[in-house]
Structure formats: C-alpha cells, structure tokens
Design a protein around this ligand. Structure first.
Ligand code: RB5
Length: 147
C-alpha cells in the first residue's frame, strides 16, 4: 500500500498529489490530516504513517510538512523507516536506487506542485539497485537501530 500524510503546511501539496496518484491509477490511503488545521503537528502524522508502512509488507509512504525536514526527522526515529527528504530529481532517484527509502518527505513550502509530482513519479518508478555497497550501508544503519 502507498500511504500519504501531511500537516497543515503540507496539506495543499498532499491534496494535489492525491489527484496525481489517482491519475496514475495508483491505490493509496490518505492518513490525514483530513482538513487544513493550522494547529496540527507534523510528528503525529509521521508516527501514524510510519507505523502503517511497517505493518503492511511492501508499503511505502509520502510525508509532507512545510520544510519536509520535520517529517523526515520524526519518521526516522522509528526502526525500519528509511525516510529521505527529496527536493530534486537526483535526490528522488537516489532515495530509491541507493537508500531503498520506504518513505519520502517533501516540503510543501519548498517544492512546487509540478516538481513534486515529478519527484514522486521518479521515486515510485525507480528500483533499489541492490548493489553490494548500498546493501552494506543500509545494513550498518540497521545495526545502529539495533544497538
Ligand atoms: C509548520 O508550521 C511547520 O513548522 C512544519 O510543517 C514543518 O515545516 C517542519 O519541518
């Protein structure tokens, strides 16, 4: 399953990306916020999405806040989440190819709608390279999580 969630600062971009995912014919679940609520807090959505991604095998998630960075920091606190902040084609491709990121984070106040759609498409369509050096590095991250 593909999950998407945002706080208020990411809400307009989330709604735009939902239309894009629908156009692409992709199944997804919106984990909130359900409305634009200026008093909401991004860690709540990062936590909810991260747990959903971990619960269902082969799931992935898109998190959006104002900078993209708060969501990324929060999501990466959870073991098994590899959340990558993406802001251009290189970081979107590398997030999948090198980092095997199961979550990407976008900044609603950083990245325009059209760029964001392009980045999501790149990340969704790029496979993890499975190169030994990348496997090795991800394994080292897992070891840090376990320590
Ligand atoms: C909310 O105003 C804003 O601080 C938050 O969305 C985000 O940018 C944090 O990284």
């Amino acid at each position: 399953m593909l999950y998407i969630a945002s706080d208020h600062a990411g809400y307009p971009l989330k709604e735009e990306l939902k239309l894009f995912l629908e156009e692409m014919g992709l199944e997804f679940e919106d984990l909130g916020n359900e409305q634009l609520d200026p008093s909401d807090d991004y860690p709540d959505f990062a936590y909810r999405l991260a747990h959903n991604v971990l619960e269902k095998e082969d799931s992935r998630g898109i998190l959006i806040c104002g900078t993209g960075q708060g969501m990324c920091i929060a999501a990466n606190k959870i073991d098994g989440i590899r959340a990558a902040f993406v802001h251009d084609e290189f970081t979107a491709r590398s997030a999948a190819e090198h980092l095997n990121a199961n979550v990407i984070c976008l900044g609603g106040r950083v990245t325009d709608f059209e760029t964001a759609k392009k980045l999501v498409k790149i990340w969704l369509e790029t496979e993890f390279s499975r190169e030994e050096r990348h496997e090795r590095r991800l394994e080292k991250i897992q070891n840090i999580e376990r320590s």
